[in-house]
Design a protein around this ligand. Structure first.
Ligand SMILES: [Zn+2]
Length: 366
């Protein structure tokens, strides 16, 4: 049995390692599964950072990782990591002209990704897509039911690809960040375009981060029931640990049993060379680590927490700080606090479907 550790008396002020764990030693504590885990959702980038990441993923039992990497980095990553990495088509986020970058250039990139053997295409539609649209002069530019997206979905259909999308965001963000509802809509509004896409484009779909709604398993039941081509991935560690931790073990087990084969394990691991150095960073993500050791904890803590949640028993405060707690309840939490990490101790056969078999079956259909 895999027991969650007890928290030390003093928690550390380290957002990726509050418990002071030795993540390399911890990796050895996990039972050997007898099969490799497949991570359906990650963002592996950077020459140095990917070299830090790969042995950690291996140590935590991950055999294959699907990554949203820059098209330009695909040959390098493939040469280094061979069969253990596959790619998910993404646009050029750094394109100066957003309309071109997310429009015609993305269409061309999808074709190139496909030529390189890629089987999944990503349509990022978190509410911040509206900010991108505003910047490009058209608020609805990236809407899932907009002309640009429809053209991309038609191409994906022609190329025989699976679609992955990120719709909505945590309830906490709608509570504290997207308060301008005239601009961002309400959380449920984001599911109308998704439902339309799922009906019109019948290829398999993966809605990331438990479909954006780990808060409400009943809502996900309705969505999965109405759309047989829909699958969910379990990626985004802080979000999943916090929100799945609010449901009882039997609710989550019931959900996973009901939707066996349609829930896919993912991590949302993000690696970038910015994690290995100090100084000015281009993104919030880049600020999450400033050294090789920091990057090591950042990457390893996600595998540790997710595997502990699915396989472990007992509970411990999460080793990962979750700033959303303080964002919605500043009177109760500090920015370094973390939620309770609750072990779900999944039965071995259900664990295997989640970790591996569901993704293999899905890919076999593509
Ligand atoms: Zn992601």
């Amino acid at each position: 049995m895999l027991r969650l550790p007890t928290a030390p008396n003093e928690l550390r002020d380290e957002p990726s390692n509050r418990l002071g764990l030795d993540f390399a030693a911890e990796a050895a504590r996990f039972p050997s599964l007898g099969y490799g885990i497949i991570d359906i959702h990650s963002h592996i980038n950077g020459t140095e950072a990917s070299a830090v990441w790969a042995p950690i993923a291996r140590a935590y039992g991950v055999e294959k990782t699907f990554s949203m990497s820059r098209l330009e980095d695909v040959p390098m990553l493939r040469e280094r990591f061979g069969e253990s990495i596959e790619f998910i088509a993404v646009p050029d986020w750094y394109a100066k002209d957003k309309r071109v970058g997310h429009g015609t250039d993305y269409l061309a990139r999808i074709e190139k990704f496909r030529e390189l053997g890629c089987r999944i295409v990503k349509f990022w539609n978190a509410p911040r897509f509206i900010d991108f649209g505003v910047e490009a002069g058209d608020k609805d530019m990236l809407a899932l039911d907009g002309a640009l997206r429809i053209e991309q979905m038609k191409l994906a259909e022609r190329l025989g690809m699976i679609c992955m999308t990120h719709v909505a965001d945590p309830d906490t963000w709608f509570e504290a960040k997207y308060t301008d509802t005239a601009k961002y809509g309400r959380k449920l509004d984001h599911y109308t375009p998704l439902r339309k896409a799922l009906d019109r484009f019948t290829m398999p779909w993966i809605a990331a981060h438990m479909g954006g709604f780990p808060e409400d398993l009943g809502f996900l039941d309705t969505l999965l029931e109405a759309h047989p081509n829909l699958h969910l991935d379990t990626s985004a560690t802080k979000w999943m640990v916090r929100e799945l931790g609010r449901h009882s073990r039997s609710e989550i087990l019931g959900f996973l049993e009901r939707w066996r084969g349609r829930i896919l394990f993912g991590t949302d691991t993000v690696t970038t060379d910015e994690h290995l150095r100090e100084g000015d960073k281009s993104s919030e993500m880049g600020k999450k680590a400033t050294s090789r050791e920091g990057a090591n904890d950042l990457y390893a803590s996600r595998y540790w927490a997710l595997r502990m949640m699915w396989e472990g028993s007992g509970e411990v405060t999460s080793p990962i700080s979750d700033p959303d707690l303080a964002m919605v309840a500043p009177d109760k939490h500090g920015p370094l606090d973390g939620p309770m990490l609750r072990g779900l101790d999944l039965p071995p056969d259900l664990l295997r479907v989640l970790y591996r078999d569901a993704t293999l079956a899905l890919l076999a259909r593509a």
